[in-house]
Design a protein around this ligand. Sequence first.
Ligand SMILES: Cc1cc2nc3c(=O)[nH]c(=O)nc-3n(C[C@H](O)[C@H](O)[C@H](O)COP(=O)(O)OP(=O)(O)OC[C@H]3O[C@@H](n4cnc5c(N)ncnc54)[C@H](O)[C@@H]3O)c2cc1C
Length: 497
Amino acid sequence: MGQSNNNLKSNYRKSREKDLENQFLEFISPYHVSTNPFELESASADLTSLPAYHYKFKKKYLASYVIRPANMNELSLAIKKCRDLNIPVTIRAAGTSCFSSATPSMGGVIIDIRRVNKVHEINQEKMTVKVGSGISWLNLIEKLSDYGLEPKTFPTSFKTSCVGGFIATPGKAGIGVLKYGTMESTIISVDLVKPDGTVIKVSRDSDQEISLNDLVGTYGIFGAIGNVELSITTLKTSLEIIGYGFNSIEQAINFYLLIKEDLPNKPLFLSISERNFEKYSHIAFPKEEWIVWAVYYDKPELTSKSISDVKNQASKLNCVEIEGTYLKEKWRDISDAEVSIGSSTRNLIFQEYWISDKRLKKFMEIYVKKVKNYKFPTASYAISGEKGWTRVKIFGLTDIDRTIEFFAVKAFLHDLTVQAFNQEDRLYTIGIVNTFYLLKYKSEEVKKWKNLKDKLDPKHLFNSYRLTKARMKFWRVSLLFNMAKLLYKIFKIKRSK
Ligand SMILES: Cc1cc2nc3c(=O)[nH]c(=O)nc-3n(C[C@H](O)[C@H](O)[C@H](O)COP(=O)(O)OP(=O)(O)OC[C@H]3O[C@@H](n4cnc5c(N)ncnc54)[C@H](O)[C@@H]3O)c2cc1C
């Protein structure tokens, strides 16, 4: 009886989905309605993992369709169709955000937003641009540069990642953030397709059920960001890079904070990088344990003044200036560094922490201390976020075949996550995989999101299992990782770093 009920349900789902395919084909060309298994597989995964990797966090990890609407009209029609048939939807841009952020949690339809990518208007008087949110940052940068303009803020993954993806993930750390402000501060308005398919304009001063603040960093749970109007800036004429090597994390952080807080002109990009991170992306790398480097981008007089201010401060410290050619290479390859580290291991595991500058030293010192308990290779780097905040990324390199070590790496990153929340900080990227931490540590925020989610998407079919609901429980994960640490100790797992 149970079996035949299941068959009935599955047949009903199949017929509903077939129905949906026909309905999509009424307004999207067949080439952009895909059921190709390879495409479904790759669109249901992300940079670090196969679709099935985090299966316990999801009900169904493979989508049945990938569709690619070309404009607001197609986008809203597609979303409305899915809502009418109760089909789960996942919005996906370039898929670079990891943590299963842009992958399905209940199967259904993936809406690949990258064809919603038109540049609608460049207004040189108001210094604004209106674009489809699926445009990649690189394409936007190139388009604006024809007019002597550029975006204010974008992620270091700009070669592939899209405008909407940076809005829906926090958009609080990256290129330009320290100088111009977060992604949110550059948004003038968003045309949002709500989970029922209706379209509303959300702007800074609009007074409706959804605010801009609700849309930023909420992983698309309140709808698809269609068109976006952003404030932009002018191209500058002088770019210079400066960096210093330090042998202690304390000295490195002091210098980083001095550049960030005390010097009058803010760099376009500012980062601290561990030697272990450098060695995965460069053949020859500096010998100091930590590098602090800054990119200044202004008019020539201002850039040189900033560089001489930094040099002046560094001359009072025990540090070594990093060769200019090395720094140029780092800046040229800024998009690739994280990807390079991925090629050095079979399973790259990482976590991104959002740490207040006041507590950065404490957090990094704990990392340095904890690492000593393990034999697997680790690496870290940090990039400046908005004023007062830093995104710290910590990697553990392992291989799923080394089961005990694999879980020990996860346990190590989990302990640092608990540390971050306990010291009033948090994780940077949440996606599907980190939502259970929010349920445990940020219940008030979760409640607020859930109230709005219940109103807009009562069945939680749109970008589900992000921020408001998780299948994985904190206690289960903690138990698993504590066991992993114990086994790691008992079996004295060996490894040459
Ligand atoms: C090498 C590398 C460097 C990176 N550097 C940075 C960095 O400097 N700063 C930083 O913050 N992150 C960084 N990231 C993480 C990631 O690239 C960013 O979060 C990026 O903005 C994600 O964009 P995406 O187009 O890939 O979005 P996706 O990964 O496709 O989507 C991210 C989330 O946004 C949702 N979403 C996407 N588009 C829309 C839309 N139009 N409407 C509604 N929801 C939507 C998705 O459902 C998903 O939940 C980096 C990643 C890599 C691999």
